[in-house]
Design a protein around this ligand. Structure first.
Ligand code: FAD
Length: 473
């Protein structure tokens, strides 16, 4: 008998879930309420796509494992994405000072627009995995019972119809109706938690000023320990010779959406480098803002009962403050867990529940990282710092200080923020010792720029206009 799976949502999580299921079923139908574009284009169903999206190394590795025969990094780079090695290609002001830059090319990360990323992942999956079909339809409910989900109810062309399936994955993102749908099957009492720092993201795309084509990723991080709202700024190189510039502010420190205010906000950050780089650059879009930035979690792994044939992953399961750049990577790690389990245990009893419990592991790591910092901001809704948050925050402050001038400490931090390792990596002897010893290099008084980069920045500050920037030696 032929096996069929349905995936709700064709975002990163949905497409990767389809790749995970394709080897064990005859057909995977991916349903999305949007018509999906043939080219890298922004779409309505992924409004956060206007903002900077970093793909961490751990997420990329999971995607490589999921899509057979595809070098996902190579595929993305060929499509125009950039590869950034955090050790070398980034200038970052942390709450504890500037990171030193190192010669090593390690701790890679991919940057490009979200539209390019979605398109590249989707085309790679469709080219490599047989039996996946994408259909435009809105899912409005689940079929089956509290014991077993047997399909979905969809709205297509104004009419409601049933679509039967042996396995259903909900990857419909932050707005998923899964808790309501489960209630209709008789499963209630699902605990949800939201921790909201009130972060607002404002983003604008600029043309890269002439001469600054190889400018490093630039980051001014928020300071969670001051009792003040967190304010941050980031310049991310994306395809097409463009910079995606994102400013973020927690409650009371929100960035404006008017163009002048945008640059002023960037200039007023703890270091003005982001503002200095963009003050004279050519904007290519308006300023877009996003308020969808809370940490929100559905504890589905602890549900009193769980139906066979249903798994929930990606943002439908948990979302994180986007400042930490984890959501898509956690979705990819989740799809990997799905793949491993369906491959080994398809048809076994309790498979879906087992997967749902395992999915909580990467979620827990990312959640702890985000929430233990976010609860420190003034006016945070949904969370008081607990003793363990305060301990984590104190340790993270100490490790970050060490990481500004110790490669051992920086590596441990980047392994965890890059989702290459679980947070326990920060408690291994090497990291503990590095945190204890502090930075081995002296603190930097300004961004660690090469002589060429100093020249470019000076030219941009002097002239405001990119054409006047001297070319890097
Ligand atoms: C401002 C901002 C910046 C971010 N930056 C980063 C970053 O740097 N790095 C990172 O890893 N993550 C980042 N994230 C998080 C990231 O956007 C999400 O984690 C990621 O999009 C999750 O993918 P998903 O597939 O689960 O959900 P989505 O990408 O939201 O996709 C859900 C899909 O489901 C479809 N859908 C919804 N409901 C239905 C329905 N009923 N029927 C049919 N289809 C439906 C939608 O049309 C959509 O296509 C950021 C988020 C925000 C808000």
């Amino acid at each position: 008998m032929s096996r069929k799976a349905v995936v709700i949502g064709a975002g990163v999580a949905g497409i990767l879930a389809a790749a995970a299921l394709a080897p064990v079923v005859d057909q995977v139908v991916v349903l999305d309420r949007d018509a999906l574009p043939d080219t890298p284009e922004h779409r309505k169903g992924v409004p956060q796509g206007r903002h900077a999206h970093l793909m961490m190394d751990g997420g990329l590795a999971a995607m490589d494992a999921l899509v057979p025969g595809t070098d996902m990094r190579g595929h993305l780079l060929a499509a125009g994405a950039h590869e950034i090695h955090l050790s070398r290609d980034m200038i970052a002001l942390t709450p504890e000072g500037w990171f030193h830059r190192w010669r090593r090319r390690e701790h890679p990360m991919i940057t490009c627009s979200r539209a390019l990323l979605d398109w590249a992942v989707r085309t790679a999956v469709l080219d490599s995995c047989a039996g996946i079909e994408i259909r435009q339809a809105q899912v409005v409910g689940l079929m089956g019972s509290g014991e077993r989900v047997t399909g979905v109810r969809v709205l297509a062309d104004g009419a409601e119809e049933s679509l039967e399936a042996d396995f259903v994955v909900d990857a419909s993102g932050r707005g998923s109706r899964i808790v309501k749908w489960l209630e209709r099957l008789g499963i209630d009492g699902i605990r949800e938690r939201t921790v909201d720092s009130g972060l607002v993201n404002s983003t604008r795309i600029y043309r890269v000023p002439r001469g600054a084509e190889d400018w490093p990723l630039t980051l001014v991080q928020p300071r969670p320990h001051t009792g003040e709202p967190g304010r941050s700024g980031m310049i991310v190189p994306i395809e097409g010779g463009r910079w995606m510039v994102s400013l973020g502010g927690s409650r009371g420190g929100e960035p404006p959406r008017d163009p002048d205010g945008f640059v002023e906000y960037a200039l007023a950050l703890p270091h003005p480098v982001v503002g200095q780089l963009i003050a004279g650059a050519e904007p290519l879009t308006q300023v877009f803002t996003s308020h969808s930035t809370s940490n929100a979690r559905r504890y589905l792994e602890k549900a009193p009962a769980w139906p066979d044939g249903l798994v929930v992953l990606g943002d439908a399961l948990a979302t994180f403050n986007p400042s930490y750049g984890q959501g898509m990577s956690v979705a990819a790690l989740g799809a990997r867990i799905l793949a491993r389990n369906v491959h080994r245990r398809w048809g076994g009893p309790g498979l879906a529940r087992r997967i749902q419990r395992e999915l909580a592991k990467p979620v827990e790591g990312a959640w702890t990282l985000a929430v233990s910092s976010d609860v420190l901001y003034p006016g945070v809704v949904g969370g008081e710092p607990t003793a363990s948050d305060l301990f984590a925050a104190r340790y993270s402050k100490r490790l970050t200080r060490a990481a500004t001038g110790s490669y051992t400490a920086a590596s441990a931090l980047w392994d965890v923020t890059g989702l290459r390792a679980a947070p326990t990596r920060l408690m291994r002897p090497g990291a503990l010792l590095a945190a204890l010893n502090g930075p081995s290099l002296p603190p930097l008084s300004g961004p660690p720029l090469t002589p060429g980069e100093h020249g470019i920045l000076a030219g941009l500050i002097r002239g405001g206009r990119s054409e006047e920037a001297p070319v890097a030696p």
